[in-house]
Write a protein that binds this ligand. Structure first.
Ligand code: TYD
Ligand code: MG
Length: 476
């Protein structure tokens, strides 16, 4: 049979296929993203179609679908497990992103060794470091597993062959940007190369029911380099973050088809590798000076887990015509909003003050529930009056100076109580609503908490406005 070559055009942004070239993708509206692709008729193209070896799926009745994907590989590392949603799902593709040097290879070689020890063979494919370099790292981490196989290679076709031959329990590709296909004409590391290589690796992994971790570097803008399409192709996207000069590393789940997103795992980079941190709140509060002005305790929720963190502020007279606002770990717009409310509603003269706000430990708080802690830290520094050391603060600040409710108050209060805080300042509205709902929601807290009653060892103060909350928080 004569093979015919068909040409079509794939959008580099959304992955849609078009029959003819156009300047603008009709699916996602991006300009100049269509790339020519030639496919032999009868062979499967990467994005669409299916390989001959795949079985044709049959529809399944809804109640017969299992609740859980089959046989997850449950890791010993509780923090990694939490972020994955309870373990590694066979056949799934997981993209792990992060800045160079943050600890991706370290975390994954440790995980590879753990799976090799407990489950079966693991194939660790290194496109960046030589087998010797990986060996040295493994020695440093005191890892020596018979079943951990290292393959230093960058050519996709050879890698696919090895995966097919070894059929390991887990594949790690470090990094996907370093892999290139001999069959593709575009340069190694280009968007289409990375996307094609990832597609091939994921497809094979799915066929063989092997989970695969793809390591991806991050660009300055924070996107997983170039191929944002990779995020759509994989089942989970994890992002490893942290300040280079701090030992803490946070692993966020940005996307997870097999678990909840916005989960965070906390690790510490030690000389023996990435160690899970069992009680992150304790770590974040370790170096706190309890009676210093400008320090407040916030209780942000990271996924389903409340964390206690110190928010520090410094207000100092400005020497510029425009006062400066600098936020580290807080949402800059929320910082502007909070300072505007403090100026307008509480009469603080902040227009002549530079304001710096810092979240300790390299954590980034995206939640408005931390507004009150920011407001309290700024006011405390401005007035040079400390905040009661035993108080945790939670509440969103509204434009009228009102204190607005936060979600999952019980979970946050429990974490505060656990760490020995004896007072919590919270929006009064949340208390009233809670009182009226208490009978109905005794167990379901949405985030999977047990009984929803507030912990008794913590005094709860309800405040209607920021001003009331600050009166209760600042030491008289
Ligand atoms: P690495 O895992 O190579 O980062 P990535 O793969 O994300 O680029 O880790 C790099 C840094 O981690 C390096 O500067 C050394 C440090 N490190 C430790 O502090 N302890 C260790 O046990 C290891 C292996 C690395
Ligand atoms: Mg690396």
């Amino acid at each position: 049979m004569a093979t015919r070559v068909r040409t079509h055009f794939i959008c580099g942004e959304c992955g849609s296929a078009q029959m003819k070239w156009m300047g603008r993708c009709p699916e996602c509206g991006e300009w100049n993203t269509l790339e020519e692709r030639r496919v032999q008729e009868g062979t499967a193209s990467l994005g669409a179609g299916k390989a001959a070896s795949e079985t044709v799926p049959e529809p399944v009745a809804l109640p017969e679908i299992p609740d859980e994907p089959s046989r997850r590989i449950v890791l010993e590392n509780p923090e990694f497990n939490r972020v994955l949603g309870g373990g590694i799902v066979p056949g799934s593709g997981i993209l792990v992103g992060g800045d160079p040097g943050i600890g991706k290879s370290t975390l994954l070689i440790q995980t590879a060794a753990e799976v090799a020890r407990n489950v079966g063979q693991v194939l660790y494919i290194s496109g960046e470091e030589s087998a010797y370099q990986i060996g040295r790292r493994a020695t440093r981490l005191a890892l020596d597993e018979e079943r951990l196989l290292i393959l230093a290679d960058t050519i996709l076709e050879q890698i696919l062959e090895q995966i097919g031959k070894v059929k390991p329990s887990l594949v790690i590709v470090d990094s996907v940007q370093a892999i290139h296909s001999n069959a593709s004409a575009s340069a190694a590391g280009s968007v289409s190369q990375v996307r094609d290589c990832a597609a091939h690796l994921l497809r094979l992994a799915r066929q063989l029911n092997i989970p695969v971790f793809l390591v991806g570097h991050v660009t300055k803008e924070g996107a997983i380099a170039g191929p944002r399409v990779l995020e759509h192709m994989v089942d989970a996207v994890l992002q490893l973050e942290g300040e280079r000069f701090h030992a803490y590393r946070l692993l966020h789940s940005v996307k997870n088809r097999f678990g909840s997103t916005n989960e965070v795992g906390v690790f510490e980079m030690t000389e023996r590798g990435m160690a899970p941190v069992a009680n992150p709140s304790e770590l974040f509060l370790a170096e706190r000076l309890p009676n210093a002005a400008g320090s407040a305790i916030a209780v942000p929720l990271e996924g389903s887990r409340p964390l206690l963190v110190e928010v520090q502020a410094l207000a100092s007279p400005t020497s510029f015509s425009q006062p400066r606002r600098t936020g580290n770990g807080v949402d800059f717009n929320r910082l502007l909003l909070v300072t505007a409310v403090l100026s307008k509603r509480l009469g603080l003269n902040l227009s002549a003050q530079d304001i710096f706000v810092n979240v300790i430990g390299g954590l980034r708080i995206g939640e408005p529930a931390a507004d009150l802690a920011i407001a309290a830290a700024v006011t405390s520094s401005y007035r040079n009056v400390p905040i009661a050391a035993e108080a945790a603060l939670m509440g969103e600040v509204g434009l009228s100076g009102e204190l607005r409710s936060v979600s999952h108050l019980t979970l946050r209060l429990r974490e505060a109580a656990k760490l020995g805080f004896t007072r919590a300042i919270v929006p009064r509205h949340a208390l009233r609503r809670r009182q009226s709902q208490r009978d109905q929601i005794s167990t379901a807290d949405g985030a999977g908490a047990g009984p929803s009653d507030f912990p008794s060892e913590i005094e709860i103060i309800g405040a209607r406005t920021v001003s009331e909350a600050l009166d209760a928080a600042l030491v008289k």
